[in-house]
Design a protein around this ligand. Structure first.
Ligand code: FAD
Length: 570
């Protein structure tokens, strides 16, 4: 160990002080100087699709962490630096005379390539790197190894491999003190971030300028506000930060019956204020809550519960197993996990509207005679909540507004877009979720879209979600729809999920006319809500037929026909 360690702790997916093995390892070095930093990575600023609700959540997490650090040492805080870590860290190593770099392991494909580069630069600079895992219950790489070097494609594979890896570690307490930072000279030449004008144009205005200055507009390395970043205001009621995460977990744990008997399939996707599941996913995404803290707090309740507790995979701890399963699958497959082409575990389906198809080929129309423009129109209507199916529209509008939707609501809209309605590529849907979800996690988003589209993990494609019968099971009066599709708020419950069936006089009485495609707001002075964009039953049968053919063809993302773009039509 260096005599006087000068340590950079690089916060990324672990915006917390409690149960952080990497942070504990950094503090165990007994640093002479300790710099908690965040690098504003242009990959996420420019390339990733990130809506303003997720930006706000991230800033909340950063600010809360910074405040938490300052409480332990008023001379310190989270130092936010605006440059790619690959170029910034080598400069800091030199300028700050750093001896150690410590961070939490991240097995995301981009993160791995970034971290490898940083580790090479650290080696060149003679800086020792310490990496500890803490984002999942088990280290995904260890799970893959225990699974015979294969990706985990079922929860039982994950459970068996996890058992081989060992017990899920108990959480460790938050530190009681944080050492002082050393001097922080920043007068080295700053690399200019490369603008990527084609990506994510929605929130670009101003962001480039605010990014251009390494230490932020006030030279104080402080966590910026959303205004300073030039990002439009968030619309979500959900806010981030470790303090909120731990309070939310406490509240859940206090309700022993809920915690011990939780069964995901029985939770209501139509419940809102409060929702029927924990809504802890954004905290787990940003690491403002440790998943092992969550796991053990729940498991302890289950172990002491006098009644009949629920079991994985439906139980609350079971949900965390799904999360680990997707992380370990992604850890093995790397970049190819997030797409069909080149992915040997993902079935190839000749969707009407595909993502990233050779542009010259355009789209695959096949025997169903759906032209690409029609499918594109369906996609746009799905994305903007104008399909004419109130349940689908309500969910998509909740997603846009609040950035979080219930798991079974995600099921419904994902099934509807892919194999249970539009027959559109899951990658198109995953991109929309990537932009709008606060909890967006590449591993979980990709894995679940593959599950729902029956391209991997799940194959019962004949089981589709009806946009009418499914929500009715948990919400007969349609309160959820009335909340998120206010045009229909006065519709009789009988027609709330199929308003096109209401007689015109009932429509007039409810002050809403069912007509058009959702682009017209009023008709004869009354609010307009669109007609359904297709007949659901007909489309479902067409989709099931298409899936049957695709399964029979048996092509996967790495089949030569798919790799060479010479697949048969639908
Ligand atoms: P709870 O039911 O309270 O579960 C507790 C925790 O377990 C969650 O916070 C989450 O971390 C984890 N979890 C639960 N279900 C799953 C699951 N199926 N897969 C992975 N982890 C799970 N989850 C994400 O975290 N990020 C995503 O980008 C994401 N995209 C999804 C896309 C689709 C199409 C679908 C169907 C699901 C997606 N999920 C994603 C999984 C799941 O819907 C959310 O994790 C869950 O709804 C979050 O709400 P909660 O915290 O109340 O979950």
């Amino acid at each position: 160990m260096a005599l006087n360690p000068r340590v950079i702790y690089w916060f990324r997916t672990d915006l917390r002080l409690h149960d952080s093995p990497a942070l504990a390892a950094a503090l165990d070095l007994k640093p002479e100087c300790f710099w908690p930093i965040w690098c504003w990575d242009p990959h996420y600023v420019y390339r990733a699709r990130v809506g303003s609700n997720r930006w706000q959540y991230l800033l909340d997490c950063q600010q809360d962490l910074s405040d938490g650090i300052a409480k332990l040492n008023p001379k310190s805080k989270l130092y936010v630096l605006r440059e790619a870590p690959q170029t910034l860290l080598p400069k800091l190593f030199k300028a700050w005379k750093v001896t150690h770099l410590v961070f939490e392991k991240d097995t995301d494909a981009y993160a791995r390539s970034r971290d490898e580069e940083v580790m090479c630069r650290a080696k060149e600079a003679g800086v020792q790197v310490i990496v500890k895992y803490g984002k999942t219950l088990w280290d995904p790489d260890a799970v893959v190894k225990a699974n015979g070097n294969k990706p985990t494609m079922t929860v039982s594979q994950l459970q068996h491999s996890g058992e081989k890896v060992g017990n899920i570690p108990r959480p460790i307490p938050a530190p009681k003190c944080i050492p002082d930072p050393g001097d922080m000279p920043l007068n080295f030449e700053q690399a200019q971030p490369t603008p990527e004008p084609d990506f994510n144009s929605i929130h670009r205005t101003g962001k480039e300028d605010s990014y251009a200055k390494l230490s932020g507009p006030n030279n104080d390395l402080a966590v910026p506000t959303i205004e300073e970043l030039g990002i439009k205001q968030a619309t979500t009621p959900h806010r981030g930060g470790e303090t909120r995460a731990l309070a939310a977990l406490d509240k859940i744990i206090k309700n022993e019956q809920y915690t011990a008997t939780f069964e995901k399939p029985n939770s209501a996707p139509t419940a809102f204020e409060p929702q029927s599941t924990t809504l802890l996913s954004p905290h787990l995404h940003f690491g403002s809550l440790s998943c092992r803290e969550f796991y053990w707090r729940v498991q302890d309740v289950v172990d002491n519960y006098k009644g009949k507790a629920s079991q994985p995979p439906a139980s609350l701890t079971g949900q965390l197993l799904f999360r680990d399963m997707y992380f370990a699958a992604q850890a093995k497959m790397g970049w190819s996990f997030s797409q069909t082409v080149g992915n040997g575990h993902c079935r190839f389906i000749p969707w009407h509207l595909r993502s990233q198809v050779d542009e010259k080929d355009g789209l695959i129309n096949g025997e169903y005679n759906i032209d690409s423009l029609e499918a594109e129109e369906w996609f746009q209507r799905w994305k903007t909540g104008r399909t004419g199916f109130p349940w689908i529209d309500a969910v998509m509008r909740q997603l846009k507004q609040e950035g979080w939707i219930h798991h079974l609501a995600r099921h419904s809209v994902a099934c509807f877009l892919t194999r249970g309605g539009c027959y559109i590529d899951w990658e198109r849907g995953a991109e929309v979720f990537e932009e709008l979800l606060i909890d967006h996690e590449t591993a979980c988003n990709t894995g679940n879209w593959q599950w729902l589209s029956c391209t991997a993990f799940f194959s019962q494609f004949y089981r589709c979600y009806s946009p009418i019968a499914f929500p009715r099971k948990t919400d007969k009066t349609g309160d959820f729809v009335r909340q998120f599709v206010p045009e229909l708020k006065d519709f009789p419950a009988k027609y709330i999920y199929e308003p096109w069936k209401a007689p015109v006089q009932d429509q007039r009485k409810a002050k809403c006319i069912i007509k058009g495609d959702g682009t017209v707001e009023t008709i004869d002075g009354l609010t307009a809500y669109p007609k359904p964009m297709f007949d659901f039953s007909t489309r479902r049968d067409i989709c099931i037929g298409g899936m049957k053919n695709a399964y029979r063809a048996g092509l996967y993302g790495n089949s030569p026909q798919v790799m060479n773009r010479s697949w048969p039509s639908a």
